[in-house]
Every structure is written in C-alpha cells, then in structure tokens.
Design a binder for this molecule. Structure first.
Ligand code: HEC
Length: 251
C-alpha cells in the first residue's frame, strides 16, 4: 500500500530548502521546551518543573506549609504534645518570623524546640539511619523555606489572553503546515492521518485547558497531556517529513 510521495518528486533545491526549514523548526521546538521548563520552574519552591508549578500558573494553588504538614502527621513520634502544640500554633499564626526565637518564650520558643527535637536528625551534619540531612533545620533560613504556606496566584487574564493570541495562532499555523507536509509524504495514510489528529487534539487540549483550568483546577493534567501529545506528534511528524524528503525515489 505504498503511497506516492509528492515531496520526494520535488527538485533538489526545494527538498534541501524544506529540510533546512524543518530542522530549524525542530530546533525552535526544542528551545521552547527548555524555555518552558525554566519559566515554570520553582514557582512552588520545589526544584524542577513540578505539577504544582503548572497548576499554580494556570489554576492557582495553595501549597500548605511542609513543616506544619510533618508535625500534623505526628512527626517525629518522640515529640512531647506540649512542644508539638507550640510548633503547631506558631506555624498557624502570623508571627512566624517574629516568634521563631522570641526570648519571652524561653525553652518553649520554636527555635529551642527545633534545636532540641529536630536538629539531631535534621542537620547537614546528621548521620545515621534515621538522619534526614536533606531537610536541614539548623538555621532560620532553612526553617523559613518550609515554614510558610504558599499561595500561588494564577496568571492574570490579560497575560493569558496575550499568550493565547500568540500561541493559538502560531502553533495552529505550525501544525497546519506540518500536517500539510506530512500528508504530502509517502508514509502510510493510516499513520499520517493519525498524526494529524493527534496534533489537533493535543493543541486543542493544551490551549483550551489554559482557560478551562481557571474555572476548574482538575483539568490541569489535560494541559500537560495535551502539550505532550502536541509536542511529540509535531516533532515526530517533522522527522517523518525530513526522512521522506530523502528516501530513495525507487526503493
Ligand atoms: C529521628 C530522626 C528525626 C527527628 C528527631 C525528626 N525528623 Fe523530620 N524527618 C526524619 C526523616 C527520616 C524524614 C524523612 C522520612 C519522612 O518523611 O518521615 C523526615 C522528614 C521530615 C519532613 C518532611 C520533609 C519532606 O521532604 O517533606 C519535615 C518537614 C520534618 N521531617 C520536620 C521535622 C521537625 C520539625 C522535627 C522536629 C520537631 C523533626 N522533623 C524531627 C527524621 C527525623
């Protein structure tokens, strides 16, 4: 069921030109992938591009204080109820910085409690089977970085509209051209048609998801899945186009 390839019939100059254009486009796609990772990175204090970064951007998200989370789940088991209550009240209050080593609190200041109850395991120098030096609590800066709940506000409507207007148009045009070229190749129709469908579906899920996420945060995974489907199917389609341009004419 060999499909005749229109692209392969083109003259050498046209095929070379198309190849260079497609390779440039692939380069651009790679760079925008890297840019997106840098852009969304660290919105939620966790290193790397996490789901919360993306959720925060499109839907807004409240990341509870990791420190409070650990204490509320009863960690560490050895801690006295009294000390636990002090830490809990402190973290739920709005004087986290002020009261950290408030001298009026004496032995019951959060700094003292953390020094006595936590630092044996949570210090950069801690060793041993129970130690957790990954989360050091020696200094206030370290404590502070996990003490607060963070409220990530979603991108504002105007910025999202500006982004939609550039992305919806440029990505759709790119997909149209990619799909058009792919349909002119000699690859089996079942394959090329599927890729065109995936590009359309992925793009609509991704950009549609940006807006739906503002109404309902549960659609955020759709943005990620859609973006992945779009990027993968576009990238592969472009590779198929280049391969087709240089396949021998009479196999
Ligand atoms: C006996 C050692 C030990 C003590 C004491 C201890 N921890 Fe931990 N802590 C760990 C270990 C091991 C982990 C990682 C496994 C887990 O999450 O339970 C951990 C995890 C945590 C986490 C979660 C980090 C994350 O990645 O989510 C926080 C926050 C934390 N501890 C805070 C505290 C605080 C506050 C105290 C003192 C009140 C304390 N710990 C006392 C051993 C300890």
């Amino acid at each position: 069921m060999a499909q005749t390839s229109t692209l392969r019939q083109l003259g050498f100059n046209a095929r070379l030109g198309l190849t260079l254009i497609v390779l440039t486009l692939l380069g651009g796609l790679t760079v925008s992938g890297i840019y997106m990772k840098m852009h969304h990175d660290n919105r939620d204090e966790q290193p790397g591009l996490t789901m919360n970064d993306i959720r925060g951007h499109y839907a807004g998200v409240n990341v509870p204080s990791p420190l409070l989370g650990a204490i509320e789940r009863g960690h560490p088991e050895t801690q006295s109820n009294e000390a636990r209550k002090v830490l809990t009240d402190w973290l739920k209050g709005d004087r986290i910085s002020e009261d950290y080593d408030n001298l009026d609190l004496g032995d019951m200041s959060p700094a003292e409690i953390i020094y006595n109850d936590c630092v044996s395991c949570h210090s950069a120098q801690s060793t041993g089977p129970d130690a957790y030096p990954q989360v050091p609590l020696d200094y206030f800066d370290q404590v502070k970085s996990i003490a607060f709940a963070s409220d990530i506000r979603p991108v504002n409507t105007e910025v999202l509209a500006a982004s939609t207007h550039t992305h919806a148009i440029s990505l759709a045009v790119m997909a149209l051209v990619t799909g058009g070229l792919l349909l002119l190749t000699g690859w089996p129709r079942g394959l090329t048609n599927l890729f065109v469908l995936l590009m359309g579906l992925g793009l609509a899920m991704d950009i549609g998801g940006w807006w739906l996420a503002r109404v309902n945060g549960t659609v955020v995974p759709m943005i990620v899945v859609g973006g992945f489907i779009f990027a993968a199917s576009t990238g592969l389609s472009l590779l198929l186009v280049v391969l087709d341009l240089w396949r021998p004419k009479h196999p």
